[in-house]
Design a protein around this ligand. Structure first.
Ligand SMILES: [Zn+2]
Length: 368
């Protein structure tokens, strides 16, 4: 009973948030304080609660879409570990759901391989998939504040910690025009694997196919890390390790039926390796690159490339030390400061002297 009261309260709060002032076209949608998935899971994670969550998400996003002038065609699909709310076509979403479940399985194998213990998943992970960049931008502006629109337009997707949602959109631009992209039913259609592979084949041929896949995998890797307790939302882990891990999972594999696949190891990211090579020419030494990446709070493009390189090297060559380092990060006192000096000392404790580490890293990268 307490559960349904809470859901009613959540829906009522949303209705209030979504009531626009006549004659005022300012966006008044405001995201809920808790994620619907979090609300539904408080006592158990069963069919009824998933249904309640699905209904709440559907209502929330239809109201949002309506408010920004899009058709209210939001639907919800539940897979093993995710709840998707989307206004792309059902078959495109089905491809995403199969793909992200594969990423979750790769995550299990990754933590197993390096010997890292993780928590149980306590709530299904919510993924929001918009058909257009405009819808994505409008939603991002609500969650990230008005400054979002002033940012350089390079945000291609993001994971929102407080709401525990990954937010992405179709980079290829064709999903906005699909004919089955209508709010017909809340029942999930199911597709055969053959049909999903056909869809994947089509997705892979579209423009921006690779960035589309990389963004999906990147954001879901963040979501997996925070939901399985690799990183805590209460302590800010160094950017290089958070982003380096997501970057390691990213590489699209166009030859795989889904466009991404994990076998025994993550493939080398050509995207970051090329960026790193360009970047390395501007620096006097590899240890200058490593030092900068270890302490930087907000990474730029070069910082992402360096973070990928450090993480990928540790994962391939120093997995035990990587697991121990991740364990240390996870054990930090909530909300504690993390000064630069401590960041360096912690790294050195597990991976040794930075100059030596950087020399090994450089040698390894040259062979890739
Ligand atoms: Zn990221």
């Amino acid at each position: 009973m307490a559960k349904s009261r809470r859901v009613i309260a959540l829906v009522a709060a949303l209705v209030l948030f979504l009531t626009s002032t006549p004659g005022n076209d300012r966006l008044v949608y405001s995201a809920p304080e808790r994620s619907a998935a979090e609300d539904a899971h408080e006592s158990s994670w069963d069919e009824q609660h998933l249904k309640t969550t699905a209904d709440a998400l559907c209502k929330e996003f239809n109201a949002f879409l309506k408010e920004i002038g899009s058709e209210p065609t939001a639907r919800v699909k539940v897979s093993e570990r995710y709840i998707f709310v989307y206004n792309v076509s059902d078959v495109y979403l089905e491809w995403i759901s199969v793909l992200l479940e594969e990423v979750a399985k790769a995550f299990d194998k990754f933590v197993d391989k390096i010997g890292l213990e993780v928590d149980e998943l306590t709530e299904p992970m919510t993924v929001v998939v918009f058909a257009t960049r405009e819808e994505f931008d409008a939603y991002a502006a609500v969650l990230r504040g008005p400054d979002y629109m002033n940012l350089k337009r390079t945000v291609s997707g993001f994971y929102h910690h407080r709401l525990n949602r990954s937010i992405v959109y179709d980079h290829t631009g064709v999903e906005a025009f699909r004919s089955d992209n209508v709010a017909s039913t809340t029942e999930n259609r199911s597709y055969s694997r053959k049909r999903i592979n056909l869809e994947a084949r089509e997705v892979k041929l579209r423009k921006n196919a690779e960035s589309n896949i990389r963004t999906l995998v990147h954001e879901t890797t963040h979501q997996l890390c925070f939901n399985y307790g690799v990183f805590s939302t209460a302590f800010r882990a160094p950017d290089w390790v958070v982003e380096g891990m997501a970057a390691t999972f990213e590489p699209a594999t166009p030859e795989a039926p889904l466009g991404w696949r994990f076998r025994n190891v993550f493939p080398v990211s050509r995207h970051y390796l090329n960026a790193l090579r360009k970047y390395a020419q501007e620096y006097a030494s590899s240890s200058a690159i490593v030092r900068k990446a270890l302490v930087t709070d907000v990474l730029d493009e070069q910082g992402y490339a360096a973070s990928w390189a450090i993480f990928y090297y540790c994962y391939r060559k120093r997995p035990k030390e990587l697991a121990a380092y991740l364990k240390l990060i996870a054990s930090k006192r909530p909300f504690a400061e993390y000064p630069e000096e401590e960041k360096i000392n912690d790294f050195v404790e597990f991976f040794g002297d930075i100059s030596e580490f950087s020399a090994e890293l450089e040698k390894y990268m040259k062979k890739l």
